[in-house]
Write a protein that binds this ligand. Sequence first.
Ligand SMILES: CC/C=C\CCC/C=C/C(=O)SCCNC(=O)CCNC(=O)[C@H](O)C(C)(C)COP(=O)(O)OP(=O)(O)OC[C@H]1O[C@@H](n2cnc3c(N)ncnc32)[C@H](O)[C@@H]1OP(=O)(O)O
Length: 298
Amino acid sequence: MAAQAVLRSSARARLLSGAFCAQRGGPALWQHHQNQRAFSNGKILVEMDEATGVAVMKMKSPPVNSLNLDFLTEFSISLEKLEIDRSCRGLILTSAVSKIFSAGLDITEMSGKSNEHYAAFWRAVQEMWLKLYGSNMVTIAAINGSSPAGGCLMALCCDYRIMADNPKFAIGLNETQLGIVAPFWFKDTMINTIGNRATELSLQLGQMYPAPEALKFGLVDKLVPEDKVQSAAAAAMSQWLSVPDHARQLTKSMMRKPAIDRLVKQREADINNFVSFISKDSIQKSLQIYMDRLKQKK
Ligand SMILES: CC/C=C\CCC/C=C/C(=O)SCCNC(=O)CCNC(=O)[C@H](O)C(C)(C)COP(=O)(O)OP(=O)(O)OC[C@H]1O[C@@H](n2cnc3c(N)ncnc32)[C@H](O)[C@@H]1OP(=O)(O)O
């Protein structure tokens, strides 16, 4: 047992030293070491334990893991790679950035850009949601920091959410606070988690919930001390993986397919809607004011 732990920690050291990383600009290939496999494509690091079939995906895009076009593209490619890997049954999504899970969509991707850029960006956001919400794997969010808006959406896409018990960390869909509107599929994802009334309150107010309140609302399933988030996620994962895959997957699909189908049917219309909304002068002004406030708070 101890020897295995040492081997694992040496694999980890190699991983962190870059031994597992893809060549710059090249494809992120699996690198093997003992019973660990890993790949990194820049903003995302994936470690897979072959013995358990569980992959840990760490978002590592400092300072705040904001979801820009590059990040979203890497995220979807990484997820696809795990999805088609039959030996991978479970995914733990977490952050390698201290105190932040993800700051949500990168606001600079939604300001002062061309309509073509907005369309490509929004398609990438949709793709991330379709892949994560529709994943066949067991997905567990190990929320080790704050998680507004798109970050909250990522967590809501998972099957189970474990958050660090720190009232300084908050989670929620705060879009209205930025003067923007969460689209119907963000709303559907939240309704499917906490119900209609709680979502109505939450979305209209753009409410961010400190971890203990998020637990009360059912926005997260469990709080644990900050240093136990990863181990609690691993323990929850083994419980989820004890259920036969086919039965769990069909059940998950039954619960989520209506929401997924709704976006798939209206994908282009949803992109056009986003582009015409976000390019309005009044919305651009709201985003600018929000960004200025963020910078001033320092
Ligand atoms: C029809 C549909 C239309 C529209 C739908 C759009 C849906 C949108 C979904 C979204 O996700 S919008 C994004 C919402 N996100 C937020 O509101 C988060 C804002 N950020 C924060 O609250 C905090 O930054 C924090 C995440 C809690 C971290 O706080 P901390 O004090 O640790 O860091 P700091 O605030 O100093 O930030 C560091 C650095 O990062 C920049 N930053 C932060 N968040 C974003 C972001 N989402 N996008 C881009 N950049 C972001 C921040 O400005 C700082 O930059 P600086 O160092 O250059 O000053």
